[in-house]
Design a protein around this ligand. Sequence first.
Ligand code: KG4
Ligand code: ZN
Length: 341
Amino acid sequence: MSITILGIESSCDDTSASVIRDEFLLSNVMSSQDVHEKYGGVVPELASRAHQQNILPVVDRAIKLANISLGEIDAIAFTRGPGLLGSLLVGTSFAKGLSISLGKPLIDVNHLQGHILSHFIKVPGRENLQPTFPYLSLLVSGGHTQIVRVDSHSSFTVIGETIDDAVGEAFDKCAKIMGLGYPGGPVVDKLAKEGDPKAFTFSKPKVAGLNYSFSGVKTSLLYFLRDRVAENPDFVNENKNDLCASFQSTLIEILMDKLIKAVKETGISEITIAGGVSANSGLRDRITLEGYKRGWKTYIPEFRFTTDNAAMIAIAGYYKFASGHVTPPDIVPVSRSLDYH
Ligand code: KG4
Ligand code: ZN
């Protein structure tokens, strides 16, 4: 018997709803919030209000595009956390209301688990591009940077993670320091394409084991620019492309050093990348190249499944539902990181 899951994602500034039948994508609707751009970052209060306005039309559209009736939904999966509490409350409350009115179960999903499992979403032409267990996931987003060993759809072990900033934060801060706007990652990526990655060097951290650190490299950029701008006020503008290319290349080097180490230590060479920063063209190219050189099997997600989306929540919910998981109706969202379960 087939299983149809409605997924709802509202952890940060994207309102999204998706319908998945078994592992196949039927719809994935996103509504991004432009309201934050002029503040240079997500304003939590504005994000929750925008979610309130967007959630009903987004869910409605996802159901219509999937061409199903509400009665065909078997369960409602929603992001429980981590994320902004006010934003999470909107998605959680909506999911609860719908669950009660339809008499269908709720499935709570860990947002990070969603990113990691996004590789299992089946779309036409990519039905057979799913990783096999065990695999390593390089999870790189605005809030997290982890290397996770994945042994099954429900077994995740964090074997390395950042001890301070996430790599997405480093991209965003780089763009902020250079006055390039928010979110910074896509702008830095675009400008880096026309720049020389070896033009400037920034210090790389020395962190034990498989852990990461990104606060030092950000400070290194800040001081470097402060000194150069004192000599030439137009320095940033004149060197935008080279600065972005060099900074991005340093971040990618940091990510790759530990990933290569993780492959050596675990003997696992089935490699996936996930999360917003996995949209970065430099990182995608580098993983592909490194995989080719080292005999890894690499999985690069479609762009629409890299940044926050409800399809990843629906697929993670699908596996939980299929394995008999039941979420109680008094569940509450959680802003901090959740254990993988
Ligand atoms: O996964 P995501 O949408 O939200 C979180 O769960 O955090 O990730 C957002 C992050 C932001 O820091 C954004 O700048 C970064 O992903 N990002 C990128 C690119 N596209 C989005 N970073 C580098 N290059 C990109 N092309
Ligand atoms: Zn995310």
